[in-house]
Design a protein around this ligand. Structure first.
Ligand code: BJ8
Length: 422
């Protein structure tokens, strides 16, 4: 096994605490993932990425930085990766999905903050995340109040640029987002010393569109009955999308899809054809948050789709590639990103339409509305989603939870009762 100690030292990682974290993951991953049967061969690459999560990719980031490159960390799917790529930097999604960091996050944040925020804050202040430690700049955004205020604390530990995200979708809001994209462009050019030209941006738009296309292809294959890949494996692929090299990632996802297509043709599945099919909607699940998927799939049902930011919201909608001017490209970027349906927006009817459409397309027997504890926008939006699904005759249950294992048995009991009534 490669020894990355020198790498971590060079990143000012707290080695002792980091060791504690690294000791947890292999057993956890083995229990949740490697215990599954008949996994596609194509998952081997993603297993490798996870097994060396603090080594392989951080080493690439270090090489990039040694060659004068920059790394930019983001926390939301509204922040356009394309600009980061066009500036010659590497973009990394930093949302925290580990309970390990939550207690340290709680040292500087109220306990009743969502675990995703507490987790990324803990990751930074404990210096135990090589991704955070690699970043030359963080890009925050004005989405929920928790994140908005967290940036003010985070800026004591790292350079951060905050994008002002409008929370309505009128033309005036799209124009405002164009302006924010322009400001980010200048910031990135200053950081990297590279000019963002229309040609570079065009290439970056194509690259990220290709990545979205590959993920869309993967999700399309999950519509098959029996389903050729578990929800847990698909979730893992989505989570890795946030920090892997986009070109390599796209090619590995396409390889996986080739294999899954064969499975679909031959009727091979990972769950019996009659297994209950579940659509999950709600807050994102950052790696290694596999809690709900694991509970659902160890109860005999299969997750066929996620209407989340670690699911369809990440890859649906492509950026129009036709424009050859920065002005046109910025407008195309803003239009694409503003199609994302996050509960931070009002009104957010588009999300309800998406959930109903996806439930039909994926032939879901029921919907689990997943809410990270203390996430107010998604918690409030539940009532409207519940009413709309009830009208459509689609069963739904609300599961509100955090990253700890404390309530796992209780969540399991509720999920199993829900599955029984489907
Ligand atoms: S586009 S969902 S990635 S803001 S941090 S809102 S869970 S209380 S992450 Fe998000 Fe962008 Fe929206 Fe998606 Fe709730 Fe927690 Fe806030 Fe969260």
């Amino acid at each position: 096994m490669t020894d990355y100690k020198k790498l971590w030292e060079s990143m000012d990682i707290d080695l002792e605490k980091h060791d504690q974290l690294c000791n947890l993951l292999p057993g956890f991953f083995a229990d949740v993932y490697l215990s599954q049967e008949n996994r596609p061969e194509g998952m081997n690459y993603f297993n490798l990425v996870v097994s060396s999560i603090h080594g392989l990719r951080p080493e690439e980031l270090k090489r990039h930085k040694d060659d004068g490159g920059k790394v930019v960390g983001t926390f939301c799917v509204y922040v356009p990766d394309e600009l980061i790529v066009a500036a010659g930097a590497i973009g990394i999604g930093l949302c925290g999905g580990s309970q390990f960091w939550v207690p340290d996050g709680e040292k500087v944040l109220p306990k009743n903050t969502c675990p995703l925020i507490k987790s990324f804050m803990g990751a930074k202040i404990t210096r135990t995340c090589p991704y955070f430690q690699s970043c030359d700049l963080l890009v925050g955004e004005t989405t929920c109040d928790g994140k908005k205020k967290a940036w003010e604390i985070l800026e004591n530990y790292a350079d951060i640029h905050v994008m002002h995200l409008p929370q309505m979708k009128r033309d005036v809001d799209i124009k405002a987002w164009v302006q924010e994209i322009e400001i980010l462009k200048e910031k990135l050019e200053k950081l990297t010393g590279n000019e963002i030209t229309p040609d570079k941006l065009k290439d970056a738009i194509r690259l990220i569109n290709e990545k979205r296309r590959a993920l869309k292809r993967l999700y399309e294959l999950r519509k098959a009955r029996p389903v050729p890949i578990s929800g847990k494996d698909a979730l893992l692929v989505s989570q890795i999308a946030f920090y892997d090299d986009p070109e390599r990632f796209t090619s590995k996802v396409n390889d996986l899809c080739d294999e899954l297509e064969e499975r679909v043709k031959s009727g091979e599945g990972v769950f019996p054809a009659h297994a209950k099919r579940i659509l999950i909607t709600g807050t994102p699940m950052a790696i290694p948050n596999w809690k709900l998927h694991h509970i659902v799939e160890s109860s005999g049902a299969v997750v066929v789709c996620e209407e989340t930011c670690t699911g369809t919201r990440y890859f649906e909608n492509f950026v129009e590639e036709a424009s050859n001017t920065l002005e046109g490209q910025f407008r195309a970027l803003a239009e694409r990103y503003m199609k994302t349906n996050c509960a931070c927006f009002t009104p957010n009817r588009g999300r309800i339409d998406d959930i109903i459409r996806l439930a039909r397309e994926y032939e879901a027997d029921g919907v689990i509305y997943y809410n990270l504890q203390f996430c107010q926008p998604y918690a409030v939006e539940y009532e409207l989603v519940r009413r709309a699904l009830q009208k459509e005759g689609i069963p739904v249950i609300l599961i509100e939870t955090d990253y700890s294992e404390n309530d796992s048995e209780q969540v399991k009991t509720r999920v199993q009762a829900f599955l029984e009534m489907l």
